[in-house]
Design a protein around this ligand. Sequence first.
Ligand SMILES: [Zn+2]
Length: 462
Amino acid sequence: MKCYTKTIAEIRDMYDNRQIELDPPYQRKPAWKTKQRRLLLSSLFNGIPIPALIFHKHFISKKMKDVYDVLDGKQRLETILHFIGKKELKDEDELWVDFKNPKTDKDDYLYFDDLRLKTVNKEYENILEKFLQYPIPIIEYEGDLSDIFGRNVASKEVFVRINSTGSPLKKNEIRHALWSGLFFELGTQLEKKYKNLFLRWKVISKTDLDRYLFHEFILELCTACFEGNYTDKRKKLDDLLAQHKWTKKEIKKVQKTFNKVITWIKEIFPDDLIKVTRFKNKSDFYSLFIVLLKLEQKGYVTNDKKTNKIAGRFLLTFSKQTQQLDSKYSEKVITDIKLSEHEKKLAPYINSTRQATDTQRHREIRDSYLMSVLKDGFFLKPKDTRRSFDKNVRDILWIELMEKTDRPKCPNPTRNKKCKKYLTYDDTQVDHKRPWSKGGSSKKIGNAQLLCSTCNSSKGDR
Ligand SMILES: [Zn+2]
């Protein structure tokens, strides 16, 4: 460990040289408010000591240079970098620094641009130079960290422990600090891809984003994708993060499944309509996600636009009815006595959302209700597992054609209106009238027709 100082100018140059890693995977997101940033700047100007920055220095051979992970002092560093115009901060305007004017002894303030003005530097005797040469205390660790017994200590653990400023870390933030790796990174990737969508859906809030709650939620959903079912979310998630050795193939599969289910939800609720339903609550969203996940994995048809739209309308109505019932009965558990037949069916679902929503039993109730209505009411058909027709089908269809005419024409049912080709046996292909991907059967010969190869492949492109 080394203790020394670096001037603001030196820190600026290191940052320009990409040697300062402000966001090692275990860092937390911005938490300072403008007020705290102003206080720091005026401390710098008024000679009030500020706590040391803690760096972890390591050599990155790919870049051929030393890089300093910020273990502590991210907010302080960012504030300085923002003030001198090196780093944008969301939700933060240009900052100024308060100080006591040495000539008038009155409160004064300056922007960094002011510090660069000739007149200002003349008035305050090279104030820019003085500011840039101001020394910042630094504690630097290098290489592997070890405890007094010489045992290795992971730098992320140091970060969790020191965390000298700001509020104590929440459990999910500690998780964020402790784990990295493929599965964790997948969460980060999906977080980036879907944060705007989930914000529009109102499933998450901005605070969720800042506190890593969205990241956590995504990993819970990914855990379900991996397991193919709901799980004891938190525990399983910790297991997967800590103990499971992820392969790239597994990660890809989880990612693909996640994307599929989200795309499906987008079709079920066009125009972000999910935001007016109860499915914007995380526990209801989770239930819906799991049910769709299971249907998808059982091979149910997921991309039939019409069915999805109708299912969406049903879910909207379902949501409205439960919301009405929910507000009508204020007691904790809705009992059966005064309910209509229809309400009786909805009551268990509502009850399950009123108490400990995450318990396995309550999740099962919601899950089985949604599963039964969606499976029996909408997504009736599992896809045929066979993508193509039996090899005899082409011959059978050809013989049938021959029975009708000597010179069969391509029936051109697609966009290819110009196709008037006469079919020859060698140029024909068997086409699904109703596409396989939309639930068209590969077993019923009634769903098969012969097309010329051009038309068949142009249909496949759609
Ligand atoms: Zn054709």
